[in-house]
Design a protein around this ligand. Structure first.
Ligand code: KIV
Length: 278
């Protein structure tokens, strides 16, 4: 097995190579991502929509996130696994944030991610020994307050605020900052201003790396897709077609074929027939 990616490896990538992160929620998708060579796997709270069928991320719990972190980290991985802190697991107090982060680490995460300009929480979690990823721009847990899933930082004042928030997160100890749905020029400006890497999702090519949600990238997400999504496969269609062929084979008697059945041991058929006669 290749060596495990560490936080210093991620920091060293800044300016040297582009980082790649994808989301995963279970063991098979984590294995696919790892085999494909990603640097980081995010057990993102987007799994609420992507695999739990919910309308948004706000109802996924810390226990549910820990369950998915356990599945993703069940087998040894080369990629660094980041557990996303769900809504309600860090908003009450700094102490709650540290406890929640420790719970995700106990489930197997190497680092945690939280949304918004929460430098006190980031500093406290880092002080507890847990590496932290920040997340700025469109922070989906705040979609009610933001008025929907909207591009952030379009006005100069909002852009300046996001730049300042990114600097503050870095100063608090975040080793990576996700920038979601901001103009490309702002993604580039924040990336240039930080000494830790940025990972963009709808933040343009100037970021130090890119992340996509697996369900979007692999083509099994439903509903409208944001502008930044590129679908590299249509697994949803592939799965429906495969199950459809199984349905037809069963209904038309083509499944199972003889080679898909266990042969009768000598004498078994005769014994069963004799039993019937009694
Ligand atoms: O939950 C998630 O998948 C995320 C990514 C969009 C970065 O936070």
């Amino acid at each position: 097995m290749e060596t495990q990616t560490t936080v210093p490896d991620i920091l060293a990538a800044k300016g040297a190579r582009r980082l790649v992160m994808v989301t995963a929620a279970d063991a098979p998708s984590a294995a696919w991502a790892d085999a494909a060579g990603v640097d980081l796997i995010l057990v993102g709270d987007s799994l609420a929509m992507a695999v739990l069928g919910r309308p948004h991320t706000l109802t996924v719990t810390l226990a549910e996130m820990a369950h998915h972190v356990r599945a993703v980290t069940a087998a040894p991985r080369r990629a660094l696994v980041v557990g996303d802190m769900p809504f309600g697991s860090y908003q009450a107090s700094v102490e709650q944030a540290v406890r929640s982060a420790c719970e995700l680490v106990a489930a197997g995460a190497a680092a945690v991610k939280l949304e918004g300009p929460r430098s006190s929480e980031v500093a406290a979690i880092v002080a507890a020994g847990v590496p932290v990823v920040g997340h700025l721009g469109l922070t989906p847990q705040s979609f009610h307050a933001l008025g929907g899933y909207r591009v952030q930082g379009k006005e100069a004042s909002a852009a300046r605020r996001l730049l300042q928030q990114a600097r503050t997160l870095e100063a608090a100890g975040a080793f990576l900052v996700v920038l979601e749905a901001v103009p490309s020029s702002l993604g580039t400006r924040i990336t240039q201003a930080l000494s830790v890497p940025t990972i963009g999702i709808g933040a343009g090519p100037g970021c130090d790396g890119q992340v996509l949600v697996s369900a979007d990238l692999l083509g099994y997400a439903s509903g409208p897709q944001p502008r930044f999504v590129r679908r590299y496969a249509e697994l949803g269609d592939t799965a429906t077609a495969a199950i459809g062929r199984f349905v037809a084979d069963v209904r038309e008697g083509r499944y199972p074929a003889p080679e898909e059945c266990y042969p009768s041991p000598p004498g078994l058929e005769a014994a069963l027939a004799a039993e019937e006669e009694v």
